[in-house]
Design a protein around this ligand. Sequence first.
Ligand SMILES: NC(=O)c1ccc[n+]([C@@H]2O[C@H](COP(=O)([O-])OP(=O)(O)OC[C@H]3O[C@@H](n4cnc5c(N)ncnc54)[C@H](OP(=O)(O)O)[C@@H]3O)[C@@H](O)[C@H]2O)c1
Length: 404
Amino acid sequence: MSTIKIGLFGLGTVGLGIYSIIGKARNTHAEISRICVRSLDKPRPAEVRSELLTDRPADILDDPEINLIIEVIDNADAAYRIVSEALRRGIAVVSGNKAMIARHLPELIELQRTHGGALLYDASSCGSIPVIRNLEEYYDNDLLLEVKGILNGSSNFILSRVFDHGEDYARALREAQELGFAEADPSFDIEGYDSLFKLVIITVHALGVYVSPDDVFTYGITTISSDDIRLAREKDMKIKLVAQVVKVADESFTMFVMPEFVAPSKYIYSVDNEYNGVVIRGECYDRQFMFGKGAGGFPTASSILSDVTARLHNYRYEYKKMGYLGRPAYTTDVELRVYIRFTPADTATVEALPFTRVRERYTSDTHSYVIADIPLRALIEAREQLRAPGIFLCNIPRFFLDRD
Ligand SMILES: NC(=O)c1ccc[n+]([C@@H]2O[C@H](COP(=O)([O-])OP(=O)(O)OC[C@H]3O[C@@H](n4cnc5c(N)ncnc54)[C@H](OP(=O)(O)O)[C@@H]3O)[C@@H](O)[C@H]2O)c1
């Protein structure tokens, strides 16, 4: 591919960032030929050339001059229709849509194989941090033991305000919304789904295995209270929303998204505000750490630009690990150690959980907590009950403690 003619879907936070930096990056040999948006009537910044705008996807998909599509729209179903149709036509696509990719990845991989197109999506996982291409290329071996990190900037911003600035949770959430780090409906971020979708994509490139988002235990920070924060502080810990995929044996791995008590010795302890941080652990190099801006128009656009440039050299993900001999299998048959805080009204729910060993109990008139070992599969079975407003669950890390 010598010159890239781009059809851009979406001109919001990320789309405007791309519009701006593609113009500046002269060595990219790329130009935006057409931009498809939802509403042609919406006011746009003065620098946007209005003659490029359309609201008809076909104006891009049917244009034989366009050889790359960038999809950065906020609607996962429409994104799926656009991206799958482009791949069916053998057109290369760069996308940042984690929800769409995490739900449809097996089919999107098959479409690339059948029709010869390519789909790149480093921006979908941790914005500007190049996690996917590194896992795909540099960590192309079976020595990876764990990928773990803070993958969502909004929830991390809120927890930082709470822990480092002593704000209460509701105020921190309002502030995140005012600064544009959290959506008006922040549930996607603070209930852990944004981290989950990124983790599903990361797992495909880390271990060569696709696990449906529906099969992964995901617990957010919505129900955290001042009691939990006080206890973490007393133990000289912070609470962070952590996503992790972990090899638990040669032939199996597990994965989950959960708040976690994080000690000061951990890299992610210092990942604050809207930043993301990813720790990669391998057999031979202990821990490596990637840190940076996980969201925002320009950081995300820089990752998209990197994928565009990669297409200049016909780069594609080969999903090599999916063909490895003896890929590990996903298991929920692992024992975790958790802290569960609950109100008196939730006592029956918590007491019904099949703990294998209770390590600590605390009871007061207003709230109680238990620290106990429990199989991950039991948490999955009880996930609806555990979402009660009076319950908060937090992981106490157990894997690889002897190696840090
Ligand atoms: N924001 C970030 O920091 C970030 C980081 C990483 C990944 N992402 C991902 O990037 C994507 C875009 O995020 P964003 O924050 O830029 O969203 P946004 O600011 O809400 O902008 C969404 C854009 O999509 C357009 N759109 C919606 N439905 C469309 C359709 N059916 N056809 C054509 N255009 C359509 C909208 O058009 P109108 O302008 O006409 O309304 C708007 O321009 C999402 O998948 C998000 O998960 C975002």
